[in-house]
Design a protein around this ligand. Structure first.
Ligand code: XMP
Length: 508
C-alpha cells in the first residue's frame, strides 16, 4: 500500500482517490503520526507527503517523524511535502515574491522516471506562497516554470521526489500519469486493489472476526447501512440480525421499501420496530433544532438497545462507518459544532459490543461501487443523502403528526418530479421543508390558511459547500402546483436560493 501523510492540504483526500482509481490501496494518516504505530507499516511500498498551508520555516510547522526518512521506500512530496523534503536534506525554502495560484506551464529537464513518457512542456496546477531557493545536496532540479525555477526535484539514488505543483487535481491534466509513474515505475506496485479483491479479502476477514457469533445491524435503508448489511449477509448469512427502527421521520413509504428490499433475503432476521409514537411523544413541544437532534439520537439508542436486549447471543454490532469518518487528520476535526450530526455513533460504548465495520476503508463512491458489485438494488445505491434525524430537521418548529404528513407528501412530489425530469442522480439533494407559518390563500371560492412548503435542491461535491440548483421554471411550476393541489394543508410553495455557506443544506 501507499502511505499518505496529511499536512493539512484540502487535496489530501483527492490524492487517495487518484491512487485508488489506479487500483492501488492507500491510507491517510496525520503528517506528524509516528509511522511505527501504523499496524501494516510493513506493507508500505511508497510514501506521499501531502501539501499543507504551513511554511516549513515556521516554528509550529508540522513535520513528519524522523523514521519516515529511514524507511528506504520511495517518497513523493507534493507542494508543502516537497518543501519538507528540501528542508530536511539541507535545502532552503523562502516566501516567494509572487504567490502562484492556478495554471502554470512547466518544462521538464532531462530524463527521469516521474515524468517518463510525458512531453517536455505541460500545464500543471500550482498553489503555493513559498518556494525552493536552494536544492538539497544529492538532489537535482527536474522541472521549472516561469515563476518557479525549481518546480520538481529528485534524488534518484534514494528514490525521493518532490513536486511543487498538484498532480492530484484535475487541473493538472497529466497529473494522473505522473502519479501512475510514481506508483508503478518508482514504487513498482501492481494494480491489485479492485472491488472484487476487496470483497473477497473483507469477507474472509469478517468470517474470521465474527466466528460463530451473531451480528446486530441498525438498518436505516440508506446507502451505507444497506451495503454494509448485504456485505455481512454474504459473509455470515443468517447470523446477521437487522433492526430497522421506524421512527416516523423517514420519507414516505420508506418502511415498506425496506421490507420489500431486505425482507425476502433476511426473513425473520429483519426486525421492524414501530417506534413512531415514542419519538413523537419525546419530540412534543420541542422547537430547538439541537434539542430535536439530541432527543432523536438518545431515543434511537433507547429503542435499539431495548430490541437488542431481547435478542440472545449477539456479540457484534455492524456499523456503516466509511473512510472519511475515520481519517485521523492533523488539521481537520476540532471544529465548532454547527449541527450535531446523528448517526449510530453513540451505540457501541453503551452496548458493549465489538464492532464490525466492513466499509471503514472506503470512500462514499467506492461504497456505491461495492454495492453494485454486491447487487444491492439501484434504488438504494443511487439514493441522495438523507440526514440521520430525517424529516425532523425539515419540519421546522414543533413536530406534529399533521406537519409530518404534509412534508412527507410534499417531499414525495419533489422526488417524483425530479426523477421524471431525469435529474435525481444529477443533483446532490432535492427535498421539501415545511415552515411553521401559515399564509392566506384562496381555493375555489374559499379562503385558506395553510402551511408554506420550501423546495430545496442543491449541488455539492462533498456537502461542505453547496449551491442551489437552477431548476427549469416548468419543473418548479409543476412541483408547486402539484403540492398545492395534492397536499392537504399546504397552500404556498417557495424555492430556496441560498448557498452553503453561509446557509446550510438542511434547514435545521
Ligand atoms: P448541512 O445541513 O450541515 O448538511 O449543510 C450537510 C449534509 O449532511 C447531511 N446531514 C446529516 N447527515 N446525520 C447525517 O447522517 C445528520 O444528522 C445530518 N444532518 C445533515 C445533509 O443532508 C447534507 O447532505
Amino acid at each position: 500500500m501507499i502511505l499518505i501523510l496529511d499536512f493539512g492540504s484540502q487535496y489530501t483526500q483527492l490524492i487517495a482517490r487518484r491512487i485508488r482509481e489506479a487500483q492501488v490501496y492507500c491510507e491517510i494518516y496525520p503528517g506528524t503520526k509516528n509511522i511505527n504505530e501504523i499496524a501494516h507499516i510493513k506493507d508500505v511500498k511508497g510514501i506521499i507527503l501531502s501539501g499543507g498551508h504551513a511554511s516549513v520555516y515556521e516554528k509550529e510547522a508540522p513535520w513528519p517523524c524522523d523514521d519516515v526518512w529511514k524507511t528506504g521506500v520511495p517518497i513523493l512530496g507534493i507542494c508543502y511535502g516537497m518543501q519538507l523534503i528540501a528542508e530536511n536534506f539541507g535545502g532552503k525554502v523562502h516566501p516567494s515574491k509572487n504567490r502562484e495560484f492556478g495554471f502554470a506551464d512547466i518544462t521538464v529537464k532531462g530524463k527521469n522516471l516521474l515524468f517518463d513518457g510525458l512531453d517536455k512542456k505541460m500545464p500543471v496546477w500550482m498553489s503555493h506562497g513559498d518556494k525552493l531557493s536552494k536544492i538539497p545536496k544529492g538532489f537535482i532540479n527536474i522541472a521549472s516554470s516561469k515563476n518557479c525555477p525549481r518546480a520538481a526535484i529528485v534524488d534518484a539514488k534514494n528514490n525521493i521526489y518532490g513536486v511543487q505543483f498538484h498532480p492530484e487535481v484535475k487541473h493538472s491534466p497529466f497529473g494522473k500519469k505522473i502519479l501512475d509513474n510514481f506508483l508503478f515505475k518508482i514504487c513498482k506496485l501492481k494494480k491489485d486493489w479492485t472491488m472484487k479483491s476487496y470483497i473477497k479479502d473483507e469477507i474472509g476477514r469478517i468470517k474470521k472476526q465474527v466466528g460463530n457469533s451473531k451480528v446486530l445491524c441498525a438498518l436505516s435503508g440508506g446507502v451505507d447501512s444497506s451495503v454494509a448489511a448485504i456485505m455481512l449477509y454474504r459473509a455470515i448469512g443468517k447470523k446477521l440480525v437487522c433492526v430497522y427502527v421506524d421512527h416516523g421521520l423517514q420519507k414516505l413509504g420508506e418502511t415498506e421499501r425496506v421490507k420489500k428490499v431486505f425482507g425476502p433475503k433476511f426473513g425473520k432476521n429483519l426486525i421492524i420496530v414501530d417506534a413512531k409514537k415514542i419519538f413523537l411523544n419525546k419530540l412534543k413541544g420541542v422547537t430547538d433544532p439541537e434539542l430535536k437532534r439530541k432527543i432523536i439520537g438518545h431515543t434511537f439508542i433507547e429503542v435499539f438497545d431495548r430490541e437488542a436486549k431481547k435478542l440472545k447471543g449477539i456479540d457484534f454490532l455492524l456499523q456503516g462507518t466509511i473512510y472519511p469518518d475515520v481519517i485521523e487528520s492533523a488539521t481537520h476535526g476540532a471544529g465548532v459544532t454547527i449541527k450535531s450530526h446523528h448517526n449510530v455513533g453513540g451505540l457501541p460504548e453503551k452496548m458493549k459490543m465489538k464492532l464490525v465495520e466492513p466499509l471503514k476503508s472506503l470512500f462514499k463512491d467506492e461504497v456505491r461501487i461495492l454495492g453494485r458489485e454486491l447487487k444491492v438494488p439501484a434504488e438504494i445505491i443511487n439514493r441522495q443523502p438523507f440526514p440521520g434525524p430525517g424529516l425532523a430537521v425539515r419540519t421546522l418548529g414543533e413536530i406534529t403528526e399533521e406537519k409530518l404528513r404534509i412534508v412527507k407528501e410534499a417531499d414525495a412530489i419533489v422526488d417524483e418530479e425530479i426523477r421524471k425530469a431525469g435529474l435525481y442522480e444529477k443533483i446532490w439533494q432535492s427535498f421539501a421543508v415545511i415552515l411553521p407559518v401559515k399564509t392566506v390563500g384562496v381555493m375555489g371560492d374559499k379562503r385558506t390558511y395553510e402551511y408554506v412548503i420550501v423546495v430545496r435542491a442543491v449541488n455539492s461535491e462533498d456537502a461542505m459547500t453547496a449551491d442551489w440548483v437552477k431548476l427549469p421554471y416548468d419543473i418548479l411550476g409543476r412541483i408547486s402546483s402539484r403540492i398545492i393541489n395534492e397536499v392537504r394543508g399546504a397552500n404556498r410553495v417557495v424555492y430556496d436560493i441560498s448557498q452553503k455557506p453561509p446557509s446550510t443544506i438542511e434547514w435545521e
